[in-house]
Design a protein around this ligand. Structure first.
Ligand code: HEM
Length: 191
């Protein structure tokens, strides 16, 4: 961000609006999402020691595991807003032109018509057509990067600290109350 601000101050290479947009992208879209996703993934794996053991025995499972963790517990619970272009109806619910809508991605990710046994974490799940990154023309631009980051972070953490475990009772963990997201306020661990 310092480099971006320097570029902006050095002349006309970035407008102030472009700078604000880039900072938002780096912090909110790029950093916050991934850090929460990694923490949620660590917690989920600690909750499923059998699956964690399989993963640590063969890190080639890393990408598939990151995908399933995104499906099973995702930071972004809803899509970005969409606006109805005309009066319509969805599953019996009337929607008026101009109304703002959010798709509940977390619900789609546990749809039993798409995922066999959706409440079960299955790091081998194939295919895994989850919607944790949304869909359509506004699908997450950083999806590939986030998957790679998550897989690398899990491998580094559990390789370096194989005995990592929660430092507080599971029931003491607190979540942020920001609508549309599911993020841990903190994840205290020992190793
Ligand atoms: C695990 C981490 C991440 C999750 C769960 C996530 C999730 C999402 C979701 C649900 C959307 C809205 C999609 C829709 O409404 O259809 C989105 C949009 C977006 N994401 Fe991510 N994201 C993650 C990481 C990242 C990263 C690392 C970057 C960039 C470095 C990024 C950049 C963006 C951008 C630019 C958009 C807006 C795309 C548009 O409006 O056309 N995201 N993301």
């Amino acid at each position: 961000m310092a480099a971006l601000i320097e570029a902006e101050e050095a002349g006309d290479r970035l407008t102030e609006d472009e700078l604000a947009a880039m900072v938002f992208l780096l912090l909110a879209a790029g950093h916050e999402t991934t850090l929460h996703q990694i923490a949620l993934s660590v917690l989920t794996l600690l909750d499923h020691p059998q699956q964690l053991a399989e993963l640590t025995a063969d890190w080639r499972l890393g990408d598939s595991a990151a995908q399933e963790l995104l499906r099973y517990v995702s930071f972004a619970q809803v899509s970005k807003p969409r606006y109805a272009r005309e009066d319509t109806e969805f599953h019996g619910q009337p929607i008026r032109r101009g109304e703002m809508l959010f798709a509940c991605l977390a619900a789609a990710n546990s749809d039993p018509r798409v995922f066999a046994d959706p409440e079960r974490l299955d790091l081998h799940r194939q295919p895994n057509r989850h919607l944790a990154f949304g869909a359509g023309i506004h699908v997450c631009l950083g999806a590939k990067l986030a998957r790679v980051e998550t897989a690398i972070a899990l491998e580094r953490l559990f390789t370096r600290f194989p005995d990592v475990h929660l430092a507080v009772p599971r029931s003491d963990l607190r979540y942020s109350v920001r609508p549309g997201t599911r993020g841990l306020l903190e994840l205290p661990v020992r190793w």
